[in-house]
Design a protein around this ligand. Structure first.
Ligand SMILES: [Zn+2]
Length: 198
C-alpha cells in the first residue's frame, strides 16, 4: 500500500503536489497514493489546504455516503489527469488538450463560490467556507492551479530529471539548478547510480 506522507510535498505548489500523487508515470510502474476517498482527505490535511477538523468532518460524511465519496474520488483522479495534461503541455510550450482545460474550468467554477473572506485582527485573507460537501478537498487545488497558471512562477515549472519519476515542481533556486523532485529520493538514487558507474 502506498500512503501519502509529509515528505511527498516537494513541489512548492499544492496543485503540483496533487498531480504528484501519482508517481512513476513514465516507467509504467504507476504508484497511486489516492486509493480511497480517505486518502484524498489525508492528502488535503497534509497539504494544509484543509484543516484537521474539516478533514474529520469530511471523513464522517464520507462514511455516511460511501457512493458519493467514491464518485468524488473518481472525479479527483480525472481532475488530476487533466491538471497533468495542462502542466505537461505548458512545460512543452504546447496548447493543452481542450478536454483537460474544460475539466479545470469546471473545477474552478465549482470551487470559487465557496470562497470567503476571513478576518484576523486588522488583516483580511481569503478563506474557504466550512466544507459541507465531499468535493471540498478539490476546491483549494482548483484555485491554486488557476493562480499558478496565471503567475510568473510558471517559468519555474520543471519536471524531475529521473527517468522513472515524472513529478513536477517549481524550481525556485536562484540559478535554476534544481534537477530532482527530492534530493533524498530521486537525486540520491541518481548519485548512487553514478557512483556504481551504471
Ligand atoms: Zn523525482
Amino acid at each position: 500500500m502506498t500512503m501519502v506522507e509529509a515528505d511527498d510535498f516537494v513541489a512548492g505548489a499544492p496543485c503540483l503536489d496533487f498531480v504528484n500523487t501519482v508517481g512513476g508515470i513514465r516507467s509504467g510502474a504507476c504508484k497511486d497514493k489516492l486509493e480511497s476517498y480517505d486518502d484524498l482527505v489525508r492528502w488535503a490535511v497534509l497539504a494544509e489546504t484543509l484543516d484537521r477538523q474539516a478533514g474529520d468532518k469530511l471523513l464522517g460524511l464520507a462514511h455516511a455516503h460511501p457512493d458519493t465519496a467514491l464518485r468524488v474520488l473518481r472525479r479527483a483522479k480525472e481532475f488530476r489527469e487533466a491538471l497533468h495534461a495542462v502542466f505537461a503541455t505548458a512545460l512543452a510550450q504546447r496548447p493543452p488538450p481542450r478536454g483537460a482545460l474544460e475539466t479545470l474550468h469546471a473545477e474552478i467554477r465549482n470551487a470559487l463560490p465557496h470562497l470567503r473572506l476571513s478576518r484576523d485582527g486588522a488583516h483580511y485573507d481569503w478563506d474557504w467556507e466550512p466544507p459541507d460537501s465531499l468535493d471540498a478537498p478539490l476546491w483549494a487545488v482548483a484555485r491554486d492551479a488557476g493562480n499558478l497558471l496565471t503567475s510568473d512562477k510558471m517559468n519555474r515549472l520543471a519536471e524531475c530529471a529521473s527517468d522513472t519519476c515524472g513529478w513536477y515542481f517549481l524550481d525556485l533556486s536562484k540559478n535554476r539548478s534544481r534537477r530532482w523532485c527530492d534530493m533524498r529520493d530521486c537525486g540520491n538514487r541518481a548519485k548512487v547510480r553514478r557512483y556504481r558507474g551504471g
